[in-house]
Structures are given as structure tokens and as C-alpha cells.
Design a protein around this ligand. Structure first.
Ligand SMILES: Nc1ncnc2c1ncn2[C@@H]1O[C@H](COP(=O)(O)OP(=O)(O)O)[C@@H](O)[C@H]1O
Ligand SMILES: Nc1ccn([C@H]2C[C@H](O)[C@@H](COP(=O)(O)OP(=O)(O)O)O2)c(=O)n1
Length: 223
């Protein structure tokens, strides 16, 4: 039996994690944050002292990194090499390097394989969020959402999350990461042709979750 998958893709700070978790909790599904996996890989390579300007070194060292994601939406966990990395993967050091690591094709092969096996193990269905879920990881997903929000709104949300950091610098850092994520050659951030675009700029998180749940209900109970 194929797993019931809801794919949520979009740029940084558009609300993917909060929306995907909310939808999973509402519908009793598992939840997978694939961005956390790329961040955990980046953390582990930084720990090893891998030269992150050298794609071959990244590809070689990534082979030995063991990443484990817990998929309970009320308590998602992420481990790298047996260490709980939920906090360190949000550091500015990891945030500033993750796009370099995520652009290396072999890293993507390793993590996409892991993502697919996590999806296959989720018997009740799963909400998966990232950049390439609808296009590459789960092209047969039942519902695909491409979540967007204005660059200024995304930066303001991230700034608030970081305790009022420099808003202009945060917006610039988001734009830089989105540019790298959208222009890399290996499965870039892209809206799948059959994804439904939702703009959350002027909606509360609750309203965005409602919109995704409504899409799921349309598919589950076609009228
Ligand atoms: N619709 C929304 N309205 C206001 N704030 C939101 C909304 N969706 C998410 N947020 C907030 O924006 C920030 C970034 O959301 P997050 O889910 O981490 O985005 P992403 O996973 O796309 O990077 C979080 O602080 C979150 O609480
Ligand atoms: N499926 C994915 C998920 C994330 N990535 C990359 C791109 C992002 O810059 C980093 C971190 O993703 P994450 O979702 O944690 O980023 P934000 O929370 O939106 O800032 O990983 C990816 O290439 N493919």
C-alpha cells in the first residue's frame, strides 16, 4: 500500500514547518522536516571539520553521517551521529552553510533515500515539508502545497523568532539562501506543476492550516 503523503514546499520562512506540523496534528498524521535533515548533515560535517567549499569532501564525509528523524508532530526530534541536534542545527553557523551542503548531489541522494524510507514507514500517512518534496522526493504525493509569503513578511517572522535580530540582515540572508536553493542544479526549490500555491502573507497560521486541511478533505471525500 502506498503511504498517504501531503507535500509542503516553499521558500525559507514561508511557514512550512508550522503549517505542516499543524496539519499533521489536526489529521493524526506523522510529520517530517527535511530541512532539519540537511541542517543536521551540515552540523555533522562542521563537527568533522569538513571543508564546506569542497563538494567532493562534502560528498565523501556525508557517507558516514547517521541521521535519525522522529516523526511525532507534537515532539519532532532530530539526531546526528547519536547526538540530539535540535538546538545546534538552528545556529547561524549551520544556517549560513546549509545551502552549500544541500547543493551537493550526493548529499541529496543520501537524504532523499532516507526521506523515502521514513515516508514508507509512516502507516497512517505523513506530512513532509521541504523544497523538493512534491517535485522529487514524493512526486506521487496525494496533496501538494507550495507555500509562499512576501519576502518582508518572511523576514519579519524570522526576525521575531530570533528575538528581534537585525531585520534587514535577516531579509538579506533569507534572499541569499533562497537564491542558492532555487538555482542549484540538483532538484532546486521549485513548485511542482500539480501543487496548489497558498499565499500565507495575510493569513494566520490557523487559517493556512485550515486551507491545507480543506484540500486534503476534497481529495479524501470527492464531492
Ligand atoms: N501564517 C502565519 N502568520 C504569521 N506567522 C507565521 C505564519 N506561519 C508561520 N509563522 C511564523 O513564521 C515563522 C517561520 O515559520 P516556519 O514554519 O518556521 O517557516 P519555514 O518552515 O517555511 O521556514 C515562525 O516563527 C512561525 O511561527
Ligand atoms: N527538501 C529540502 C529541505 C531543505 N533544503 C535545504 C534548503 C534550506 O536552505 C536548508 C534548511 O531548510 P529549512 O527548511 O530548515 O530552512 P528554513 O527553516 O526555511 O530556514 O535545507 C533542501 O535543499 N531541500
Amino acid at each position: 500500500m502506498t503511504t498517504f503523503v501531503i507535500a509542503v514546499d516553499g521558500p525559507s520562512g514561508s511557514g512550512k514547518s508550522s503549517t505542516a506540523r499543524g496539519v499533521a496534528q489536526r489529521l493524526g498524521l506523522a510529520y517530517l522536516d527535511t530541512g532539519a535533515m540537511y541542517r543536521a548533515m551540515t552540523w555533522a560535517l562542521l563537527q568533522r571539520g569538513t571543508d564546506l567549499t569542497d563538494a567532493d569532501a562534502i560528498a565523501r564525509d556525508a557517507e558516514d553521517v547517521v541521521i535519525v528523524s522522529g516523526t511525532d508532530p507534537s515532539d519532532p526530534t532530530i539526531e546526528a551521529d547519536g547526538t540530539d541536534v535540535a538546538l545546534p542545527i538552528r545556529s547561524s553557523e549551520v544556517t549560513g552553510s546549509v545551502s552549500l551542503v544541500a547543493a551537493v548531489p550526493h548529499v541529496r541522494e543520501l537524504l532523499v533515500q532516507l526521506q523515502r524510507s521514513t515516508i514508507a514507514a509512516a502507516e497512517q500517512g505523513i506530512v513532509v515539508e521541504g523544497r523538493d518534496i512534491g517535485s522529487t522526493v514524493a512526486p506521487d504525493a496525494t496533496v501538494k502545497v507550495f507555500l509562499v509569503a512576501d519576502a518582508a513578511a518572511r523576514a519579519a517572522r524570522r526576525t521575531a523568532e530570533l528575538g528581534g535580530a537585525d531585520a534587514a540582515a535577516t531579509q538579506e540572508a533569507l534572499a541569499r539562501r533562497d537564491h542558492i536553493d532555487s538555482t542549484r542544479t540538483s532538484s532546486p526549490l521549485a513548485k511542482a506543476p500539480d501543487a496548489v500555491e497558498i499565499d500565507g502573507t495575510h493569513h494566520t497560521l490557523e487559517e493556512v492550516v485550515d486551507q491545507v486541511v480543506a484540500l486534503v478533505e476534497q481529495v479524501r471525500e470527492p464531492r
